[in-house]
Structures are given as C-alpha cells and as structure tokens.
Design a protein around this ligand. Sequence first.
Ligand code: MG
Length: 385
Amino acid sequence: MKVTRLDTYFLSAPLPQPVSTSTHRITSVSEVVVKLTTDAGPVGIGEAHGPFLFQQGPDGLRTVSDIITAITPLVVGQDPFDAERIWQDLFALTYTSVRGIPTLARQQRPLVTAMSAIDIALWDLKGKAIGRPVWALLGGALRRRVPAYVTGFYYRDGERPDDLVREAAMYVAQGYRTLKVKVGGLTPEADAERVGVIRKAVGKDVAIMLDANQGWNLPTAVRAATLCAPHDIFWLEDPMPWYDERRTLERLKAEVDIPIAAGETEYSPFGLRTMLAEGLVDYLIIDSTWAGGLTTWRKAAVMAELYQIPLAAHHDPQIHVHAIAASPTGFILESFADPTRDPLWFELFRERPSIVDGFMALPDAPGLGLELRDDTLQKYGVKIG
Ligand SMILES: [Mg+2]
C-alpha cells in the first residue's frame, strides 16, 4: 500500500460568543484535517490544531500550506507501515535538510503540527489496512472505556455566578464527574471565589481541576493555589509559562499540595521526557495533534510507564481514546460538552463518539473509526494543500 495523495483542509468555526482563558481570547475553533489517499483504497484521516492557528488569517494559513507543500514528497509514495521512518524524516526537518528538502528550522512549531496530522492519518491507514482499530496497533486495550473530563467555565463577558451554577448543572446532568475550570484570568481572590461557587453547586463528589493556561508567575501561582486549595482541587494545570517550568514547577510543588498537571505545550518527545525525568508533574498532559502524532504519544507512553506518571490527553478525545486505552498509565481524556465552546466537536463527525457517564467507549471500527461530514468540511473548511 502506498500513499498517492495528500490533501489538507483548514477548518475554522466561529463561536457565538467569545470565551477567554488567562492568556487567550477564543473567537473561533479551528482544526487542520489531512486526508491521505492510497493506491489500495483506504483513505487515512488525521487532525491537528496548534498555537499558530491562534494567529489565523492569510499569513498563518500560507505558512501551513507552504510547509505541507514542502513535505509532501516525504509522504506521497510511502508505505504507511513505514510511519516511524516518515516521522524521523519529518522531524529531522526541524534542524536540517532531508533528501533535498531545505530545513524548516524556522517553522519548527507549525511543521510539527502539520506532521502530527500526517502521522495520525498514517496510523488511521495502518488500522484500515489490517481491519483493526488504532488502539489494537498501539499495543491493545488495557481498558474498554476511558474516563473523560469536561473543560468549561471559560471567562465570558458579563458572567454572573448563576451562569457558573447553570454550566455546572449542565455537565453533571450529562454524567460528568470531573470538571475543569479556567483560572488565572482574574485576581487569585476572585478566581478562588469563582471556584467556590462551582464547588458549592456540585457538592463534594465531583472532582474539580483548575487550568491557568500558563498565566501566572510563581508568587501568584503559590497564592492562587493556596486560596483554591480549600475547595478540594484534583489537579492544577499549566500554572506558569513553559519557558521556565523546570525551575518554577519544582518550586511550586515544594510549596503547595495540589497535584500538578502540565505538558500540553511540549511539541517533541524530548520535552515530554524532561517533564517526566525531572519529576515536574504528577500528571503528564500530551496533545498528540501538535506534538508529532501518535508516534510521539507511543514514545512518551513508554517513558510515562517507567516513571509511573498517569497520562492525560489534551483535546481531540476521538483520537486520544485509542492512545489512553493502550497506554499502561493512560488515565483520562479531555472533552467539551458545550456546543457554544466547540461547534466542530458537534458537527465534524458522521457519528460522534459519545461520552456516557463520563466515559468514552472504545471504537471497534478499523483505524480511528471516524468519518468526517462533507457538509461540515465545506461549511467551515478551505483547502490549503
Ligand atoms: Mg490546558
């Protein structure tokens, strides 16, 4: 089986009302979709998103489009079962030229995002070729259903405490038992009050995670964590910026008792190794759609087992359900349950994998088990490569 064609689409769906984290105002959600056609029939589907998509517009898209055009010769004509070699070739472009293709060292991050979607599509193809789901290729299912938490409680203009109570009730009614709340966008006192409103609304049997999206410095993180701790916090995610995490996470962990989760902004297996080897996190978060695909996930999953650190996925549960299920320390998926936060999740798939009582069941269909809706691709998508 050989890849004969690589098609890339960029999808962007506007939100009815912008939402904010501590560091971003989100006005739309976006996704890169890669389709790999083969000479044997199956078509592989891969998805990715990444920080470069926050700067949308012609320049951002041209960058992705140029990268896809540059790397296509390393993918088309290849056997999907050579996924590791293709990964090595594409990753090498982050620092050197590869078989006549000039280095993309200055576009490292969007390059790795593009190769993530391609790698995921290759895994989808491998599964379709042998008629087995991707989780079977990744080592087999250690669990038949995978826990999922819901991310919500973004900052919205004109928010009132009642809005938080209503949002919490919506998630609990859908069966979720773990909720993630955005922090870092207000003073520590105001954030702690917000968390308190949610804790009071859901009672003591629902787990609450906090995500600061790297919006704090160390003293603020210590102060905020201390103020939120009485509300029984399951984990504190991304308290401080990535560039100094090796020092700041170590110091934060020495001062607060809340378990720390981080890793979603790493975009190589080597960055993930640092977090594990230096004991920076209690939960490692991986986004395979911007860290180099499921091939990167597999490398990190081995390390996480050896360091005994639970793995959590960032975004795209429809892909990560395979990875969490097959990872010895696989733990939990992230999901969205509010159509005003993630319209693509609700509209992109012919049959959306359902989350029941806070669990996603493993798909049995070959590959990733996903079929995209053509009308959604047309409604939100443009072809960029
Ligand atoms: Mg996060």
